[in-house]
Design a protein around this ligand. Structure first.
Ligand code: OSB
Ligand code: MG
Length: 369
């Protein structure tokens, strides 16, 4: 395909409740959507997972918007026979900016698959029609509020809960949640809030029978994670540290993790995400699909990815109602009994709720080639 028109749309969505992690609190989501149109009139949608501030990684949504417009689109529009698989090589000279690149690739891939009449799940190699999902629970103000929130998700059918932790909010919340739900699958995510000097403290988490501890140390501290792994019985899972299939292979070889969280935005797209899945499978390392508070576009694609065979742990793919009063797509996906259905329609398999999109839109820019 040749790109003929691209729309960059910025929207502001209020969250159902604030989401607090060790690096900040979000009360609304600044979403950047990309809609591409090709020379045959086919359209595709991409969602950029960058946040309004560069706190999770160095990217932020305004920077991604500018980068896509100024550096990515001119290169992509110059390719006469563009395919989704050529997006990453075409953009390889641009350093970093995986979330911006992932959004562009997602839109091209959606357009390509819609034209072919093939679903993303089928294209990636899905082996399931539904995937097991969990919910990520932010840091609360008090322990009773946390337990009440977790209870709501358990009643909604989620079978795995992930608690966000940080120094000062780790042992007590785990003790409170574990004593109330003795058999529930439970894991924690520190978003880099500790150092190796906290190893003895982190070893206390071993008592709570956790599935894993996610990203306890800084993203560039693979060696520290490898040392920590020697001192904990809880498996270490990496999120922020894994930015490519190569970095996944390195982390595994160093013994820095025994489980990998795959987020397509963090690694440059769904195609690299699949390569990470394959590298991990080859090493016997289970993976699961992370989340970035995506709307229905990103969640649909993540559900398709999570249907690959080595996604053996529940993903952070909670239903639309966990974050949104009303989603951006016409068929918002809800979790039933802890499962989300893999979309079967062509491409992402979801359609925009156009009137609602218009209402939430802060700015739109259309670029023609
Ligand atoms: O570290 O997994 C994380 C959300 C934003 C940034 C980082 C993370 C998260 C989550 C939320 O844990 C997962 C979700 O989308 O529900
Ligand atoms: Mg994480």
């Amino acid at each position: 395909m040749r790109l003929t028109e691209v729309e960059l749309r910025r929207l502001s969505l209020p969250l159902v409740r604030p989401f607090r992690t060790s690096f900040g609190t979000e009360v609304k989501r600044d979403v950047l959507l990309i809609r591409v149109v090709n020379d045959r009139g086919a359209q595709g949608w991409g969602e950029c997972v960058a946040d309004s501030a560069p706190l999770y990684s160095s990217e932020h949504v305004s920077g991604a918007h500018m980068l896509i417009r100024q550096f990515l689109l001119p290169r992509l529009a110059a390719v006469p026979e563009l395919t989704a698989h050529q997006v990453a090589p075409t953009l390889a000279a641009i350093k970093g900016h995986t979330m911006a690149k992932a959004a562009a690739e997602m839109a091209v891939l959606d357009a390509e698959l819609r034209e072919l009449g093939v679903s993303l799940g089928r294209h990636l190699g899905a082996v399931r029609d539904a995937v097991s999902v969990g919910v990520s629970v932010g840091i609360a103000d008090t322990l009773p509020e946390l337990v009440e929130e977790v209870e709501g998700y358990v009643e909604a059918g989620y079978r795995r809960v992930k608690l966000k932790i940080e120094p000062g909010w780790d042992i007590a919340p785990l003790a409170a949640v574990r004593s109330k739900f003795p058999d529930m699958a439970l894991q924690v995510d520190a978003n880099r809030a500790y150092t190796l000097a906290d190893a003895a403290h982190l070893a206390k988490l071993d008592a709570f029978d956790l599935l894993l501890i996610e990203q306890p140390l800084p993203e560039d501290d693979l060696r520290g994670h490898a040392e920590l792994a020697q001192r904990l019985t809880t498996p270490i899972c990496l999120d922020e540290s894994i930015v490519s299939a190569r970095s996944a292979a390195d982390a595994i070889a160093l013994g820095a993790c025994s489980i990998v969280n795959i987020k397509p935005g963090r690694v440059g797209g769904y195609l690299e995400a699949r390569r990470i899945h394959d590298v991990c499978a080859a090493h016997g390392v289970p993976v699961w699909c992370g989340g970035m508070l995506e709307t229905g576009f990103g969640r649909a694609a993540n559900t398709a990815l999570a249907a690959l065979p080595n996604f053996t742990l529940p993903g952070d793919i909670s239903g639309s109602d966990r974050y949104w009063h009303r989603d951006l797509v016409t068929t918002p996906a809800l979790a039933h009994d802890g499962y989300m259905t893999v979309p079967v329609g062509p491409g992402l398999g979801v359609e925009p709720d156009v009137p609602w999109l218009e209402e939430l839109t802060v700015s739109t820019e259309t670029i023609s080639f």
